[in-house]
Design a protein around this ligand. Sequence first.
Ligand code: XIL
Length: 379
Amino acid sequence: MIEVTRRDALVGAAAMLLVDQAVGAVPPNASLQGIAAQKGLRFGSAVAWSQLGVGGGSPAEPAYARLVEAQCGIIVPENEMKWQWLRPTPTTFAFDRCDAIVAWAARHGLAVRGHNLLWHQPKWLPGWLNDYDFGARPQAEAERLLTTHIRTVVNRYGTRIGSYDVVNEAVRPEDGVLYTTSLSRAIGGAEPALDLAFRTARESAPQAQLVYNDYMSWEPGNGAHRAGVLKLLEGFKRRGVPVDALGIQSHLITQGTGVGGHVLRLQGEWRHFLDAVVAMGYRLLVTELDTRDNNLPADITIRDRAVADYTRGYLDVTLSYREVRNVLAWGLCDRYSWIEGFEPRPDGARRRPTLYDSRFHAKPMREAVAAALAGASER
Ligand code: XIL
């Protein structure tokens, strides 16, 4: 555990004060994108694609579409660009849902991020790829598969996608070591596989921002994960791999009530990490913000307050880095959040991890994000 010095405490308190003063300037009906834009930031969210009535956080749902249109300047497909969704077989691509999201964004003047070109874990790759027979020249075949995939996706969307999570979650959180997949085994190591992914993306989309995206966070227990990500980013620099930014997923987890103390305690190591990343010359993005209401009672008022304050504290620290230009939530509405399925609350109460409740009403977390954006310095 890090020691909170008096100086840290004063800096934290001063930051909160500054933010509180700035919030007064936010018009009550301002959209999150509107508030962000005043600071040179952009706000957005993940969206899914499904038929009307199926739900799932798709713009096919009119109420969800209205919310995204009203609040966002950028969107990202939640699943539709991943290999498991896009690649039913080694020789085919199923672009329909991803195309639909990109077309919807264009109709509504929204920017799009691509997520992702390589989720470097067997668990998130299609079964056929995990079991693939790479033949007599496995390295050449694996390189062909990977580069064909990346070129096909990136060429299809051209300048309509300005930023890609080229590689997602390559680092094992428990020890910071890189995962092995069928592709990386055939290519002769994780590093050459990841390097190839970035180099191929750069060749095909020289204009796009190329991002390494991961969930190392500021909560206790993330030290090995953060160290592994730093090592990977250092390696990219050393080898001249074209990586522009670190995507910080920001799937936050509340530590209980008494949030101010948690924020003060966590921010020191978090700043050390972010300092090291920006010192290497990387930009930063918040790519998948949501907040899991752990260690809190079921009472909705208490939970929503703690979630909001914790999110605010996190964003105040993280947005103090001018290298951050984009903040994306992983879904805007509790009704569609993946957290409910991923980690339900042990007491069975429904999760409330996003900015709007299941009836599309703004929650305290929405005000917290608005205040953090309003309090950010201009960039
Ligand atoms: C999640 C989606 O939200 C779920 O619908 C899906 O079942 C699994 O993936 N990190 C990421 C995202 O990079 O792609 C994940 O999205 C959440 C964690």
